[in-house]
Design a protein around this ligand. Structure first.
Ligand SMILES: C[S@@+](CC[C@H](N)C(=O)[O-])C[C@H]1O[C@@H](n2cnc3c(N)ncnc32)[C@H](O)[C@@H]1O
Length: 208
């Protein structure tokens, strides 16, 4: 496997570029509560993991619906994790690359990403998705920029750092055990950045 692109992008997010993102996105949680309230009332879970959680724009709300000590976030940027720990000390903030999650199989009822798969190179994208599916016992939630075909979008002066694609379709193709439960679109007016979301349920893992 060519690890060059994986290393380059992980290095980008772990370093100053990632720190600048944290500084720009201090208000990330604003306006996102309605979505999480809707989703977690309809599909309650007792444990959740966000992969690429940054400073907690989602976990701020998720941790209000999931027992706090059962709410986890992993990220590759230590600065973001320090901010998360300071703001939400009850949430477990853990350093890990998304392609190698430090959890047992099916450890969480819900595992999700928001704006993270778009930043994975094609070399590691299937690995990251496989890790997410592996760690979930029940739900996988994918919140990413959609495009029917793969489209690279220049991102803050960097090439090969942001890709729109049919992430929901890719999950279903790679992991036939995922059943689509619901999908939607969240606009800028709703506190999101015109993202598509897909909620999948894993079949064959739940006790009868
Ligand atoms: C665009 S931000 C999204 C943050 C958050 N999910 C949200 O919705 O506010 C992408 C986040 O994913 C993290 N990230 C990117 N690639 C990663 C990787 N390979 N492993 C772990 N974290 C990663 C970045 O450090 C950053 O915090």
């Amino acid at each position: 496997m060519d690890k060059t692109e994986i290393g380059r992008l992980e290095g980008l997010w772990a370093g100053e570029f990632g720190e600048a993102y944290v500084e720009r996105n201090k208000e990330a949680a604003k306006g996102r509560d309605a979505f999480w309230q809707m989703l977690l009332a309809k599909y309650p879970v007792t444990s959740a993991l966000e992969v690429g959680c940054n400073l907690g724009g989602n976990l701020t709300w998720v941790s209000q619906h999931v027992p706090p000590c059962q709410t986890y976030g992993v990220d590759i940027n230590e600065h973001a994790l320090a901010r998360l720990h300071e703001a939400l000390p009850h949430v477990n903030a853990i350093w890990a690359p998304a392609r190698q999650l430090p959890f047992r199989d099916q450890w969480f009822q819900l595992v999700f990403t928001a704006g993270v798969l778009i930043h994975q190179p094609s070399e590691s994208l299937p690995l990251v998705m496989a890790e997410i599916v592996r760690c979930s016992k029940r739900y996988v939630l994918c919140m990413e920029y959609f495009a029917q075909d793969v489209v690279e979008v220049p991102y803050r002066g960097h090439e090969g750092a942001l890709f729109k694609r049919d992430y929901g379709g890719l999950y279903q193709m790679l992991f036939p055990e995922l059943k689509l439960v619901e999908q939607g679109f969240l606009t800028k007016d709703q506190g999101w950045d015109d993202i598509t979301w897909w909620l999948f349920e894993k079949t064959g893992t739940l006790a009868p």
